[in-house]
Design a binder for this molecule. Structure first.
Ligand code: ZN
Length: 684
């Protein structure tokens, strides 16, 4: 390492990232340097005739760990404190990293060395985490095309490249089509029904374009506000039509953004890729890295949930139709009427508003309540560290998790509030992985990031109940990352956990936001100290399952569409895609959308994102989390023995064994869908 490198904080070894020292011009040189060093070392390692864990896997792990520790703060800063210069530096590293990962994934020498380790008599002497690391790696090599040769290898590489381009075009078309439609309104009368906050937002949208009055766009908050609250039915129809035809031949904007041909090509390329790797279709390839054993198991699961939910969803829909008729809707209830009448029905029935609950959810109360719940369950404690931590923003808090003897288990940054330059949504990301090497323990560190309501004036921040759920959810991911006892980074925490099981610990934590005993720990009025009144609590519980069967059926429709689509081997046209969607709707949908609807052209989860033949994962993991929580419902939601079992069987295990084994360890049986149906008020 030369002197120049020592000036670059990303090239130094550190326990926690030196955020205040990282400058934009450090980023690309650091990543280039690390990739170059890694390539050199890999070149030497692959010369080894017969490597073992110590001589081959461990050195590779160290290379990964160094890269991950340097890249993680960059990725994090780009998400929470973005600037144009930072985004450019970040983006300039993406192709370098993807090229590097492809190269390693297709490295035949490394693959054979791993294979030799798995065949060797000593394999049985490795820990189960080490064994799982080797078998996971072998699978990843195979799925990266390591076994392909000659023309097939080239074809595979060109498919990968093409897929990354067209998946990204799908997303760009969608974004451009979404952003290029708007509607200017000067007459307030036309916006009757919209709450003040929505009118303020529309006014701001108009001002951004130097217009008077109001401007409607297809941004999510704007679409939701208009479709839910606008009394003007024609206006609702107009925005519904604009929104559900984005990036399609039916759309109101330029046809160059039509995603139809791209969707067909994406499906074809995925199919070719699956074929090259020896699978019949892409759904099979996707299931290789999932907890669900086969395509059949997923499809059967979805149909079973659907059979149980459909009658309840139909009843909910009929009730809504009746309500709309009673409210004076003369003709049929249409797609653009659903949200509008649903909101009115919900309000009439439960008389509950977000504002009623907020005073009971002050930020510090919620955080302390969350900590108490975790302390009761897992016998750990939380200590805030105020001094000596390099933070990217003064609002960020930093905590240690210790066992009851004071030994360090993990640490986390908590960045709660929405602010400029911070990406929307909420997420947990890893900063440092747990890693035990030569007897030294590197404890895990997590970033917990949310965009919750910030404090206003000298009042504490007051959260909505949804925001409290979000925080609990992300904290569940964080506990999975931080409470792991696995020593090998590839399968510690959330690493190596199957995609369709990774939401188990997060959705599990959400349950505590609905339990009286748990709420009593923290839901106290920020001014009077009064506990959440029972009347409010009961309303909250009743409103929880409003139209939950209809929502369930919608998710099942998306999941089955995704799964069916990726089982086809002969998609030639967008019409075929539409037909498949229509058939799925015939089977599982309660509400049939109008013929112009092109939902599929905007289904980025499966066409651009990582959910291809994997959208079912949301429901799959929800079954696991609801079922696991049912054990606490029976044995006591704070039962320390049940808590220890959950900790030891699931949270501590990370990806060191199949998720199914961890689940069976905890429950003593296979997963069951009953608890999920009960929590949704669908079965009792
Ligand atoms: Zn999650």
């Amino acid at each position: 390492m030369n002197e120049k490198n020592l000036d670059n904080p990303l090239l130094r070894s550190f326990a926690l990232p030196p955020f205040s020292e990282i400058e934009v011009n450090h980023i690309k040189p650091a990543i280039e340097q690390i990739l170059q060093d890694n390539r050199e070392q890999i070149g030497q390692l692959q010369q080894l005739a017969a490597g073992d864990w110590q001589t081959l896997v461990q050195p590779l792990e160290l290379l990964d760990d160094r890269l991950s520790k340097a890249w993680s703060p960059v990725r994090h800063l780009n998400s929470v404190q973005s600037s144009e210069a930072l985004r450019d530096a970040y983006n300039s590293c993406l192709p370098l990293l993807s090229e590097y990962h492809t190269e390693v994934g297709q490295n035949r020498d490394l693959f054979e060395a791993y294979n030799a380790i798995s065949q060797h008599a000593d394999f049985a002497r490795l820990s189960s985490a080490q064994q799982k690391t080797i078998t996971d790696s072998l699978l990843h090599f195979k799925l990266a095309g390591v076994n392909l040769t000659g023309e097939a290898k080239q074809q595979f590489a060109s498919i990968q490249k093409r897929l990354s381009e067209i998946q990204s075009s799908f997303e760009n078309n969608l974004l451009d089509a979404t952003e290029s439609w708007d509607m200017h309104i000067s007459d307030t009368q036309q916006l009757k029904g919209l709450p003040d906050y929505a009118l303020d937002m529309l006014k701001q949208y108009a001002e951004q374009k130097s217009l008077d009055g109001y401007r409607i766009t297809l941004d999510m908050p704007c679409y939701i506000a208009v479709i839910t609250y606008a009394d003007d039915r024609e206006l609702r129809k107009r925005i519904y039509q604009a929104y559900t035809t984005r990036a399609s031949e039916q759309g109101f904007t330029d046809k160059k953004w039509d995603n139809a041909a791209i969707m067909v090509e994406i499906l074809q390329k995925r199919q070719e890729k699956a074929r090259l790797l020896g699978f019949e279709n892409y759904a099979q390839l996707s299931l290789e890295t999932k907890m669900a054993a086969s395509v059949d198991e997923v499809v059967t699961f979805l149909h079973e949930l659907s059979a149980k939910s459909l009658p309840a969803a139909q009843a909910e829909y009929q009730e809504l139709q009746q309500f709309a008729a009673d409210q004076g809707l003369a003709d049929e209830l249409m797609a653009w009427d659903l949200a509008y009448y649903s909101e009115k029905l919900k309000h009439q029935r439960y008389e509950i508003r977000d504002e009623d609950l907020k005073p009971y959810f002050a930020d510090e109360h919620v955080i302390q309540g969350l900590f108490q719940i975790v302390q009761k369950l897992y016998s750990v404690r939380f200590v805030q560290v105020d001094q000596g931590i390099d933070l990217w923003n003064p609002d960020v808090r930093f905590y240690r998790i210790e066992n009851l003897d004071g030994a360090l288990i993990g640490e986390f940054y908590l960045d709660l509030y929405a602010r400029n330059g911070k990406r929307g949504g909420a997420w947990m990301d890893e900063c440092v992985n747990r890693y035990v090497i030569d007897g030294e323990t590197q404890t895990p560190v997590a970033y917990l990031t949310c965009n919750l309501t910030p404090p206003i004036g000298d009042q504490p921040a007051l959260f909505t109940h949804d925001e409290v759920i979000t925080l609990f959810h992300e904290f569940g991911h964080g506990l999975h990352h931080m409470l792991t006892r696995i020593d090998v980074p590839e399968v510690a925490g959330i690493n190596g956990v199957e995609w369709d099981a990774v939401e188990l610990p997060s959705q599990f934590m959400e349950n505590y936001c609905w339990e009286r005993q748990a709420l009593d720990l923290f839901a106290r009025h920020y001014q009077t100290g009064e506990v959440l009144p029972d009347e409010l609590y009961q309303k909250m519980l009743k409103a929880k399952n409003f139209q939950s069967a209809m929502q369930m059926c919608r998710q099942l429709e998306f999941s089955l569409f995704d799964m069916t689509l990726h089982q086809q081997s002969d998609i030639q046209s967008a019409q075929q895609i539409q037909q498949i969607l229509d058939q799925v709707r015939e089977q599982v949908a309660v509400v049939k959308p109008p013929a112009f609807n092109r939902f599929q052209n905007a289904f980025a989860h499966i066409f651009a994102g990582g959910y291809a033949a994997g959208y079912y994962s949301y429901k799959w993991a929800e079954v696991l989390s609801a079922d696991a929580f049912s054990a606490f419902e029976q044995e006591g939601i704070f039962n320390p023995d049940t808590g220890r079992r959950f900790l030891e069987c699931i949270l501590q295990q990370g990806g060191a064994r199949p998720a199914r084994d961890s689940f069976v360890c905890f429950m003593g049986r296979e997963p069951d869908i009953e608890a999920l149906l009960r929590h949704n008020g669908i079965a009792h």
